[in-house]
Design a protein around this ligand. Sequence first.
Ligand code: C2O
Ligand code: CU
Ligand code: CU
Length: 458
Amino acid sequence: LDVTQSGRLELKAQTGKTVFAGGSSSPTLGYNQGYLGPFVRARQGQEVAVRLQNDLDEPLATHWHGLLVPGKVDGGPHQAIDPGKVWEPILPIDQPASTAWFHAHTFPHTARQVYAGLAGVFQIDDGLDADRGVPHEHGVDDLTLVIQDRRLDDAGRLDYRLSMFDRMHGFQGDRLFVNGAEQPRSPVPNSIVRLRLLNGSNARIFHLRFDDGRPMHVIASDAGFWPKPVATDELRLSPGERFEVLVDFRDGREVALITGPDQNRGGPGMMGMMSNIRSFASGLVEGDQRVLSFHPDGRKGRVDRLPDATGDSPASRPTAFDRRRHFRLDMMLGGMPMMRGMMGDGSGPSMGINGRPFDPHRINEDIALDTIEHWTIESDMLMHPFHIHGVHFQVLTDETGQSPRLENRGAKDTLLVDGRAEIAVRFTQPAGKDTPFMYHCHILEHEDAGMMGHFTVS
Ligand code: C2O
Ligand code: CU
Ligand code: CU
């Protein structure tokens, strides 16, 4: 859906039936279609008038993940719309070119709704890709890949039965889908191709690489372009994160993008032990898995060389902060929930931040508009992809110390926290107390279990 001309985006959340694996069709949810949403393309500087109709039989909030828009149109859990109702936010698109997305955000049903298909891509263009020398022909040499893991039951239907293990680790599937197709084979021109990678999984962390070891040249992450391409053999992609990479297919060889196993299993302690008990951990995959393969079909593409520069030189790291805050992510509020679960009392775990689960009626922080804050985020037994609405941030330190790992070098909105990370957050968008911004773990089962908070900006 190219809205760059009309400035209008019509979305209908609807139920659908989708055939995933040749078997019977599966009940699914989608925007304007049975599963997932349309690819939306907007332009920097425009206003997009959205009309979102909820044709589901349950409430639905839809959040624009990655858009820098005010809290009143952000679509967090405070803005759920009832069945049959319409929501008409106007989105001022005023931020660098980037690959954002939109997805269900209905507390506490986000995980189930996204899993069923309520997610789509929202691309922001600035019209400068030709000058940059990066591929930009959507569907030809500029491919958007929404990567998701799923489980299917024996009849081939989407399976979302949560064991206590799934509630603790987040739900993982043993099969991989790209834009809703299982391990597809994609034709590409024999040229440099741009891949926009989005991890749309509920919980699984991908470790992407090509099976022949060819490099990916990273040109952008969550919030926009990097100054120049940076080559890497492997890219870690946690739920909610996006990267754009250039790949050279000029040799004409067929090649597969694969992922190594998710390593977010909790180390030697209790969590790690549970990961090894197969009857608990039915969705975990041990070895490498093919995500999709690329088949150069002889077409001559437009871009034949890697660009030297793709963005402005990086903003210097802020050194002075208006305020410091500390966030401790906690999976164990109220004791050992997996024990409670195994004893069969049926209740899920209660998770939180700074010792409290998400409370829709209690704002956690009031932040001053146009300030820069220093946030320290600490994870507990697992790594947690920490996302903040309404901001872009810079990673100051991560688990590697002072100089962040490759994935964390650009401006971001989602960061996989492995132990402890410090970030510089710039607050440029207002959010009032009725429609505050959220921060939360993007393992969606964790978010629904309460690992989320909300703040105003004024
Ligand atoms: Cu992508 Cu608050 O979410
Ligand atoms: Cu967001
Ligand atoms: Cu988490």
